[in-house]
Design a protein around this ligand. Structure first.
Ligand code: HEC
Length: 127
């Protein structure tokens, strides 16, 4: 009897942990995605370099194409986007779909289903 109770407790605990992971974005995974797929072209810290794409510090709440010290495409400047969780997710998943004519040469986050993790990480790391 005793050992059965132990198995039930473990099963319930694992179940709860699994649910929490499915509901809240995983910023550690988001950081890995950024390092693998975005970092070659973007920095996140204040005053960071723009190696190939613009520095993304202060991204959320800012108008697209207005980061200082970077020459954006006409398409980005005229997009009228104000970056928030939704627009950053859409652009990351499909840059040319969201901003036709953008000069960001990137096919989109892989796997697309992990985009919320990436966006949650960006929200933290660009503040
Ligand atoms: C090959 C280089 C490259 C990669 C890889 C890349 N980007 Fe970019 N990114 C750019 C360039 C270039 C621009 C400027 C686009 C324009 O002006 O049209 C840009 C622009 C952006 C902007 C708009 C910034 C602003 O201030 O308006 C965001 C947001 C962004 N990238 C996010 C990402 C994310 C997230 C990833 C990874 C999933 C990523 N980028 C991967 C080159 C890159």
């Amino acid at each position: 009897m005793k050992s059965w109770a132990g198995v039930v407790v473990v099963a319930v605990t694992v179940g709860i942990a699994g649910q929490a992971a499915a509901q809240s974005p995983d910023t550690a995974r988001g950081q890995r995605l950024f390092n693998q797929q975005c970092r070659a072209c973007h920095t996140l810290e204040k005053g960071g370099a723009s190696p190939a794409g613009p520095n993304l510090h202060g991204l959320f709440g800012r108008k697209a194409g207005t980061a200082e010290g970077y020459e954006f495409s006409e398409a980005m400047i005229k997009s009228g986007i104000v970056w928030d969780e939704e627009t950053v997710a859409e652009y990351s998943r499909n840059p040319k779909g969201k901003v036709p004519g953008t000069k960001m040469v990137f096919a989109g986050v892989r796997p697309p289903a992990q985009t919320p993790d990436l966006v949650a990480y960006l929200k933290q790391a660009t503040q």
